[in-house]
Ligand binder design. Sequence first.
Ligand code: PMP
Length: 279
Amino acid sequence: PRVYLNGEFTPLSQAKISVLDRGFIFGDGIYEVVPVYGRKPFRMAQHLARLERSLAAIRIPNPHTVQQWQDLVGKLIETSDAQDQIVYLQLTRGVAKRDHAFPAQVVPTVFGMSSPFARPSAQARRDGVKTVSMPDERWLHCEIKSTSLLGNVLARQFAADRDVPEVVMFRDGYLSEGSSSNVWVVKEGRLLAPVKDNLILEGIRYGFIEDMAAARGIALEMRPISRAEVDAADELMLSSATKEILPVVSLDGKPVGDGRPGPVYARLREGYDEAIARL
Ligand code: PMP
């Protein structure tokens, strides 16, 4: 497959960066993951707005206009025959002599690739997924979509070691998120979500689920959610670009609600599928 690196499309095997790239040396970069359905990007404007926010947060100048980013994503989609794709974009501060402080003159490294998107299986959608809990041990700027993902990597491996696809993390006794997904709680027909602050990444699906809840008359409360509330939930859900929305049917081996995907999940799932079909 062909990938984009610093202005050129090259075969993946020939795309090379310097070992002094600050992405490699420090994890000094940010990224985006844009799902593509039927060759059309989903919620592209929101992804590009978050890219802009991530860049601003770590003071990397945005080297492209929105139009240029859209054109790049369009060209990345053309590198693949797949109908459904995952477009990955990454920027690092660039290549410079190793020193923690920002280099004076540096050009950001821009990388992009598209991969076929294996959507969640019919089984995962129908039967839900199992999760385990763990303390959130990450830093205090989880709102930045940074490539510095060691905390998330270790969290995801904690799940993998227990043969489940995702963790549910708690910081100081309150729900934060998964290793690579937002977490949703349903109690008595109301949807609860952790506050969009520095302790979670605001998923593009977070905003989409907010919109769907408003359109479908599902009450949504964004507030701190205690461990006790999660344990007493009627439903739990995960959302991310690659997971879309998935029902969580167990946490630490205990069933969530009646142990089956619930009605609020079903309504949001329907909304998700409708939005994709309308693209
Ligand atoms: N939280 C974290 C830590 C994530 O890595 C992701 C996925 N990138 C999300 C939430 C969900 O974000 P999105 O809906 O944009 O995929």
